[in-house]
Design a protein around this ligand. Sequence first.
Ligand code: IVH
Length: 693
Amino acid sequence: MKASLFDFDFEDAKARHKALKTKIRKHDMLYYAEDKPEISDADYDRLRLDLEEIESRYPKLITKDSPTQNVGIAPSKGFKKVKHAVPMLSLSNVFSEEEANDFLKRVRRFLGLSENEPIEIIAEPKIDGLSCSLRYENRKLVLAATRGDGAEGEDITKNVKTIKDVPQSLPDDAPEALEVRGEIYMSRADFAALNKRLEDEGRKIFANPRNAAAGSVRQLDPSVTAERSLKMFAYSLASVPEGLADNHYSVLHWLKCSGFKVSAGVKAVTRLDELMCNYHDIIESRPNLDYEIDGIVYKVNDLALQKRLGFVSRSPRWATAHKFPAEQAITRINEINIQVGRTGALTPVARLEPITVGGVVVSNATLHNEDEIARKDIRIGDMIVVQRAGDVIPQVVRVLTEKRTGNEEKFKPLEICPECGAHAIREEGEAVRRCTGGLTCPKQVVERLRHFVSRLAFDIDGLGDKIIQSFWDDGLIQNPADIFTLEQRNKESLTPIREREGWGGLSEKKLFESINDHRTIPLNRFIYALGIRHIGEATAKRLAVTYGSIDALQDAMITAGDNDSNAYSDLLSIEDIGPAAASSLVVFFAESHNLEVLSRLKDYLIIEPYEQPDNVDSVVGGKTVVFTGTLTKMTRPEAKAKAESLGAKVSSSISKKTDYVVAGEKAGSKLKKAQDLGVKILSEDGWLDIISQ
Ligand code: IVH
């Protein structure tokens, strides 16, 4: 327990609560919607625990939109939405023996049992996949759904029907209506084979088995899911019909006898020492399993006790997950190479003597930057402890200096870019060294192209890393706009793609299909795809909400080139946009090459406005507001930030689509235009009244 959280006064706690909410939401998006997590499960869980701690201290901060009040995020487009008859909740976590003991104590205290009273717990491996709910009616599988936000998920029935572990029908003596819950996963072997195939086909590979399972189950074409060899372990029933079982172990037994797969390693335990002994046994056997597990789930066995224990916030009081620490191993650094990224950042990467860390072969680890190398005194030839936590890139934890032989070599930062020979400089206050080659550095250009087609951007599956590189090498694609003229140019080419090594008519056709499927793109994804430094997915969304169209964004960024302009202060008033992000946007839109490519892209694509989910709790959620004139009770940036935090879109120009014009003192032509168009006009006080409702 971190006492430091309680050192905060209310204002600090409020600020920290807000920051944590934003962070958790971002990681929820990455995890649930994009299958592309950036932090380990353990780090994510810590964020949630911190949030819960603040809320338990200051319950006033518990708002409906707090991540503690719901699980994950709402389902994405493409699949039909389904309401779960019984919500699909999440589990609280424990990370240590002490916390596991706290869980047991809490259960006993709640049930009014004495301190030493044994309580039967079922310990099950926590499978690292994605949860699924299977509804059976008249013993036939009628619906399979993802968890989604816990209340509503996606209908993935067609896809799940292709999974062999999922029975299509139940034995005659099974109850008439039943909902089975379990985890869909991909075995390590199938994951390796899938990635190999994707790589051979020049397509994008998955970072880990969980992402591969989630990506495969959410394919719009079930025949693709069918090819992906997914598996499933069942772990519970949404509600247990009368007479079927009176404890969880019997439920698992029943599931197994009824044709479901139940994971190995399920144990009944009672005392803390048994829990811990089982925990260590499972950790030891973990590398030998053919699937990934990220902890152990403890569940009170007796269903009557489970019922009494019930739920707290969105997790059962009768269960918790004992998470594993990051996995570590010892190996040697053979080399330190420099990788050049799309923004020119030079990242040192340790090439390791390949080593298996928790069932995955690791041969590279990021060293972040030269300060990090100096801080940890990492040298070429060193024996080091490498760590892999969840989905995060492996890291060097520390050097085993006692193993040094004296032949280790210090790393010397490069002063020229290894890819293009331009100067690599480290600006004051920056941790990273950057190549100054810009668009003349081939590596930066190729990385930008890769980013442009990546999953959160255009998501063009047919253009994997190798294909991008080879098309670039041969001059077929030199900038993002070229992707969309490739088909036409190919028709006229004397050396068409189908004649390249490894290609044929079918793969050529598929490539163009995958490009053409992405000629329409939401504005937020488009902005993200541009790969502007400091503009990640969340910031791109904010820009899309604020400016509404690519033309409006472009105009505003050109005007914002003048730091005294309103456009510049408007830009800085957007959440998450500080001077660095603002300057990189301005620089991007000042570069004529970028504007040329943009103008071509606008010709080839349909860029859709970003649809912001309605902020149901707020009267102004989803409404478009224009502020004009001089505001006296708040600054313009403040007004804007407040409106946006309530889900409104703030625009600088008035149209028929404008819902409110807030007219301050000396409002001029905009006020007149609003009157002409019949848009609702509010005084500053009128606006404050509305938003305080
Ligand atoms: S029981 C009320 N048992 O872990 C939730 N969950 O963090 C009861 N999971 O969404 C879940 N293996 O996807 C349970 N043996 C297991 C599990 C398991 C993996 C996942 C599940 C759930 C998540 C909770």
